[in-house]
Design a protein. Structure first.
Length: 261
């Protein structure tokens, strides 16, 4: 991205804000961006450019999110006293790599893997849940950009917990469409997890996928009276999972991952 003068000014303000935190969104020493005349002058002199996706990591919303996470971490320390972070102390920590945290619980992977948001379906459903639940903290995180653009990572159980929160409201309003959206979103997450397996090339039967979808709908409290429309389900999955391909084998539709072939 080729910035204007105002672009350098706004980036400088954001960088100096992050400099006061323990962690940067990426490995970056702000002190090295100052040749002696200030960060903004240095950026302008060298005609610095950046990727749009990288710039999003240093906006105010991301700063607020990181500040809250560090504040919560300090309050939960064994001493019970929030840690005071000075700029000089933070500067020594800048070269360290940043451990990814869950978009929902703000905690690192732990014993459960973190999964990266890879489809617009997840972003759409998370926004819908956050809006209907009135979750202001989650809505604030989402204003930083869609979950794919900001490379949001999450625990699978945290995403499922969010979907389960919306379940009582959906049942109360008798809104079957919302439950279908939740079941489909969970199906997408499951298939993404299977595709991410480096040691195996997963192949799914469409009939098995339809049964998984039906089972989850029933678990959510929906009465499934009609047969699942498999062609419609297949087309919907292919539209949100770009690496997925379908083929006919022994008169039955199968799914496979393109990058595994």
């Amino acid at each position: 991205m080729k910035p204007s003068g105002s672009g350098y000014a706004s980036l400088t303000v954001d960088l100096l804000q992050f400099k006061g935190l323990l962690h940067m969104p990426m490995e970056l020493n702000v002190n090295r961006l100052d040749d002696g005349d200030g960060v903004e002058a240095t950026l302008t002199t060298h005609s610095v450019q950046w990727h749009k996706k990288c710039r999003l990591k240093f906006n105010k919303k991301m700063f607020d999110q990181q500040s809250r996470a560090e504040s919560a971490s300090g309050q939960q320390s064994s001493t019970g006293t929030p840690t005071v972070h000075t700029r000089s102390a933070a500067a020594h920590r800048l070269p360290q790599s940043i451990e990814p945290i869950c978009f929902f619980c703000n905690k690192p992977a732990g014993t459960a893997d973190l999964h990266e948001a890879a489809t617009k379906e997840i972003d759409k459903n998370v926004r819908r849940c956050a809006t209907e639940l009135g979750d202001t903290e989650l809505l604030a995180k989402l204003t930083a950009g869609d979950m794919i653009a900001i490379e949001a990572k999450y625990h699978r159980n945290c995403l499922r917990a969010l979907y389960n929160k919306i379940r009582p409201a959906a049942l109360k309003d008798e809104d079957a469409d919302r439950l279908h959206d939740i079941a489909f979103a969970e199906l997408v997450v499951f298939m993404e997890d299977m595709q991410a397996d480096e040691d195996n090339a997963p192949v799914f039967k469409l009939s098995d996928v339809a049964n998984l979808y039906k089972t989850r709908l029933e678990q959510l409290g929906t009465t499934v009276t009609n047969r699942i429309h498999t062609t419609r389900l297949k087309d919907r999955l292919l539209s949100v999972l770009p690496d997925l391909r379908s083929s006919i084998l022994r008169a039955e539709t199968h799914f496979s991952c393109l990058r595994k072939i």
